[in-house]
Design a binder for this molecule. Structure first.
Ligand code: DHB
Ligand code: MG
Length: 222
């Protein structure tokens, strides 16, 4: 089935996703530097993130897990010139390529890349009484998702949208023998999302496509 899913993603992208030199540069540069793009969102998923920002007229966005900044550029593209995007990356090698790709993209919105552990940076923001974010995209180490979710709520206002990437992992979440920290982290995240008192609504959708079988969860803060 993977070939069919990839072919259909190609079909969707060729019809609906205009080619964009800064996004293409981010993918090509990442490749050239010897990093696989499998951690990046697919183009049609990047467009979906962009549309969430447009629908909700978000101005302040937080991303956890920059990788090479492909999703970052999608998110920033939807923001107005006085918008602000903070993206956090824990790995120095990823952050270096991400900064190159962000610099090349040269976008009007301010994009700040901070290096460090997502939770440390979020705790710092909370300590500084940072203004809340309108959308938070959680896409860093899956084992820390439960912690990222709770910290995200402290950096949210009523109506903030929280999107969590990769919550299905080809169905690995259902395999009770799979005790990988990343998979346990996702299961704990579902448990935390279930009837969460601070959420207005929440769902998760499975996706298939060029990135295989995965999915995302989306929540609105009460
Ligand atoms: C992985 C992480 C991601 O965020 C993603 O979108 C795809 C794969 C991974 O860790 O394998
Ligand atoms: Mg991801």
């Amino acid at each position: 089935m993977q070939q069919m899913w990839t072919d259909i993603d190609d079909y969707i992208n060729s019809h609906l996703i205009p080619s964009d030199p800064k996004l293409q540069h981010a993918l090509d540069n990442t490749d050239t530097q010897g990093l696989s793009n499998h951690l990046a969102v697919a183009p049609n998923q990047g467009m979906f993130l962009q549309m969430l920002i447009q629908m909700n007229q978000c101005k302040r966005v937080l991303e956890l897990g920059t990788f090479a900044a492909y999703s970052t550029i999608w998110l920033a593209q939807a923001l107005p010139a006085d918008g602000y995007l903070l993206t956090v990356e824990g790995r120095d090698s990823h952050a270096a390529i991400a900064q190159e790709n962000i610099d090349y993209a040269d976008m009007p919105t301010q994009i700040e890349l901070k290096k460090g552990r997502g939770a440390d940076i979020m705790n710092q923001l909370i300590a500084e009484s940072s203004e809340a974010f309108d959308l938070i995209f959680i896409d860093a180490d899956k084992q820390s998702y439960p912690e990222y979710l709770e910290l995200s709520l402290k950096l949210s206002h009523s109506g903030t949208i929280i999107v969590l990437d990769n919550v299905i992992r080809s169905g690995a979440i259902l395999d009770e023998n799979n005790k990988k920290p990343s998979i346990e982290g996702i299961r704990e995240t579902f448990a935390a999302l279930k009837n969460h008192p601070q959420l207005l609504s929440c769902t998760a959708l499975q996706t298939v496509g060029s990135k295989g079988h995965d999915g995302f969860a989306i929540a609105i803060v009460k």
